[in-house]
Write a protein that binds this ligand. Structure first.
Ligand SMILES: C[S@@+](CC[C@H](N)C(=O)[O-])C[C@H]1O[C@@H](n2cnc3c(N)ncnc32)[C@H](O)[C@@H]1O
Length: 285
């Protein structure tokens, strides 16, 4: 399993292998239009996509957050700059976490940039990236944990740098990004969860109806689409899923995700029984 570059709530790191196991036996290009921390894309490249999928050509990752996409670009093209930045800033953070967090957050909110965004993801509360609705201010408080050591971060950057050579990144709305997949390509969509994530990731504008249209277009062009979406919670008692248009998907699978991170945060400290979340994987073929 590829160690996480960013601390990111709702990341698919632990399920990446399972998700990949449901991909078609052969495909050309891989598209991930809701990239987030890039856990599935990185795992696919780590598992050596060219060996697993003989026709594999290239991976394309995109997301609506420009400073997130820049982190992947920097890791691919000039990893040393990020390693040095992390080393300096996190060493200072260890001395005085509260003040340093306030400083990083203020700097990021003044001028959105990948370097400070990377630090925020590593230091904020549980990797919850929350932007204030009114003005887009990144408002997550500091987390109580100790962010990973600069040496550990450096090793991860080195590993990701190697993996990302077979990937291309762009800052795009999914509406645009999903125009590109063609016959023989695979698209993996992990959009913001409709029931609980509308305030995080700055995703207030996300409309599931538009996603149905874009998935149908990909399918009509001959691309295969996998969608992760809310499944059941309360150990299969409450259906928190949304209903896709009839006939869009051919198969529906449930992937157990353990306790939802968001529920865990909302139930701070309270015991949680029967709170497993199953993610639905919907496949268009
Ligand atoms: C659930 S996260 C993806 C998590 C990812 N699978 C991982 O393992 O880290 C959803 C992502 O969708 C992005 N997003 C939200 N609205 C979007 C849009 N309209 N177009 C493209 N990306 C969007 C968010 O910025 C966020 O990174």
């Amino acid at each position: 399993m590829v160690p996480a570059l960013l601390k990111w709530i709702g990341n698919k790191q632990r399920f990446a292998e399972t998700i990949i196991s449901y991909m078609p036996e052969t495909f050309n290009n891989y598209y991930e239009p809701f990239l987030g921390s890039g856990a599935v894309l990185a795992e696919l490249l780590h598992m050596d996509a060219t060996r697993l999928f003989p026709h594999f050509q290239h991976a394309y990752g995109s997301d609506i957050l420009p400073f997130l996409i820049d982190i992947f670009e920097i890791t691919k093209e000039k990893p040393d700059t990020l390693v040095r930045y992390y080393q300096k800033e996190i060493t200072e953070y260890y001395q005085n976490p509260e003040n340093k967090y306030t400083e990083i957050q203020a700097r990021f909110n003044q001028k959105h940039n990948a370097y400070d965004f990377c630090l925020l993801s590593r230091t904020c509360y549980s990797g919850v990236i929350r932007f204030r609705k009114a003005d887009g201010y990144m408002s997550t408080p500091r987390g109580p944990h100790k962010p990973i050591q600069p040496e550990t971060f450096e090793k991860r950057i080195e590993q990701w740098h190697d993996l990302l050579q077979k990937a291309t990144f762009s800052c795009q709305n999914f509406v645009e990004a999903m125009n590109y997949p063609q016959q023989g390509d695979v698209v993996y969509c992990d959009p913001p969860y409709t029931h609980s994530q509308s305030i995080i990731y700055g995703a207030q504008g996300f409309e599931i109806e538009t996603l149905w249209i874009k998935i149908a277009e990909c399918k009509n062009r001959g691309a295969k689409v996998i969608l992760s979406i809310n499944g059941m919670k309360d150990s299969k008692k409450t259906d928190i899923s949304i209903t896709p248009p009839e006939g869009l998907f051919e198969r529906k699978l449930l992937v157990n995700c353990g306790t939802s991170m968001i529920d865990r945060l909302q139930n701070n400290g309270k015991e949680m029984k029967n709170k497993n979340v199953d993610d639905q994987l919907l496949l268009t073929w």
